[in-house]
Ligand binder design. Structure first.
Ligand code: AMP
Length: 397
């Protein structure tokens, strides 16, 4: 499936039409108060564009994990209030999802008005992608726009099913994910270099396999490197090893060889006696890790090697930190790689939750071309899986 040909909000006629927009308003809350409105702010470009075009907006999202029935703890009321402030206009909240209140408010909408449905997960059919619920969503509007990338890997009524019954398009957030991640996978500026780190091989097998086929060079760091060392018969001490995936790791190294693709592993490491910020630590070559020690970051020689090996990249996809960035003495590898990426002219794409958080914490966010807004969704995208929330959208003619 190509994702690059999907209709966007700019490809559809919306003036005077009711447009159902699936947003990602799954904000962090504490005691009914929004602690980060980042996701609401990220949705504004699509919402403002549709307002400017004279559409009648019916917004919807899930929030938390209610159990298929109204629960005041998960009401969208705080989101409606924050949205009203950010847009400088009233956003009316329906007291239900697709019931009488939603229908009545939708019927009253004027061009440029905005309303919000209650939490879509108050409807038990939502997560089952129930066609009856999808039809009810569709009956509220004339056009469907999906802009919830973080939920695009889930086939639910409001993310996927509803598109069976309405003309559809993606919003700007999903458009950007498609442009960068879809673009890198389907039509990258070469060489395409993938840098993969993080804790476990098991979480990334699909990503490594898919990227091995698509990329020109694959670079491994983080805790997952030690499973590859173990697969080569090296001593790894107490480093993180995914014993169930040693055979898989061997298979991936063989696949890289068969495809004639460079597959880089750390040549040196920062090791410590314990997973503890106060533990003694030192640098050591990968073939000399002593018993009783564990690798917690790539070493300085590796950092330099990795920096050099991405110099000529056209596109870089990075997922997962090079070391334990939660401890300052083991964030060096991740910082070096981030700096090196920032200094290249390559298109740089950061996928997945933890790497995005590490990049932001270390202050490199504005140096990257694209930081994906979806954790699970971006991993599945990188694995080459079809995302139902994107697959369901109409293609450009
Ligand atoms: P992931 O969610 O797979 O991207 O993994 C991110 C986590 O991997 C972070 O919490 C890091 O602390 C952890 N991590 C990175 N390198 C290592 C390592 N060498 N040993 C243990 N954990 C690591």
């Amino acid at each position: 499936m190509s994702t690059l040909n999907k209709k966007t909000v700019e490809d559809i006629e919306v003036k005077g039409k009711k447009v159902l927009v699936r947003c990602d308003f799954n904000v962090k809350m504490e005691n009914g108060v929004i602690t980060s409105d980042k996701r609401i702010v990220a949705s504004l470009p699509t919402i403002k564009y549709l307002i400017d075009q004279g559409a009648k907006l019916i917004l919807c999202s899930h929030l938390g994990r209610p159990k298929g029935a109204f629960d005041p703890e998960f009401s969208m009321a705080p989101v409606a209030a924050r949205l009203s402030e950010l847009l400088g206009k009233e956003v009316k909240l329906a007291s239900d999802v697709v019931g009488e209140s939603a229908q009545a408010l939708a019927a009253e909408l004027q061009d440029g008005d905005v309303m919000l449905l209650e939490n879509v997960r108050f409807e038990p059919g939502e997560t089952k992608n129930d066609p009856e619920l999808s039809k009810k969503f569709a009956s509220l509007a004339e056009v469907y726009v999906n802009d919830a990338f973080g939920s695009a890997h889930r086939a639910h009524s409001s993310t996927t099913g509803v598109a069976d019954y309405l003309p559809s398009a993606v919003g700007y957030l999903i458009q950007k994910e498609i442009q960068f991640i879809g673009g890198a996978l389907e039509d990258p500026k070469r060489p395409l270099v993938a840098i993969l780190g993080g804790a476990k091989v098991s979480d990334k097998i699909g990503v490594i396999n898919n990227l091995l086929e698509k990329c020109d060079k694959l670079i491994i760091g983080g805790g997952m490197a030690y499973t590859f060392f173990a697969a080569q018969g090296l001593n790894v001490g107490n480093s993180l090893v995914d014993t169930e995936n040693i055979e898989n790791a061997k298979g991936m190294m063989q696949k890289a060889k068969d495809l004639n693709k460079p597959f880089l592993l750390p040549v040196d490491n920062m090791i410590a006696t314990k997973y503890d910020v106060t533990a003694p630590y030192m640098t050591i070559y990968s073939d000399s890790i002593p018993d009783g020690w564990m690798g917690l970051d790539i070493g300085p020689v590796t950092s330099e090697l990795y920096a050099k090996s991405i110099l000529d990249a056209g596109t870089i996809i990075w997922n997962g930190p090079m070391g334990v960035t939660e401890m300052p003495q083991f964030e060096g590898g991740t910082v070096s790689v981030a700096k090196a990426i920032a200094e290249t002219d390559a298109i740089s794409i950061i996928g997945g939750g933890d790497s995005a958080a590490a990049i932001k914490k270390l202050g490199f966010a504005d140096k990257m071309s694209h930081i994906s807004t979806g954790g699970g969704a971006s991993l599945e995208f990188l694995e080459g899986k079809e995302l139902p929330g994107i697959a369901c959208i109409d293609e450009k003619e």
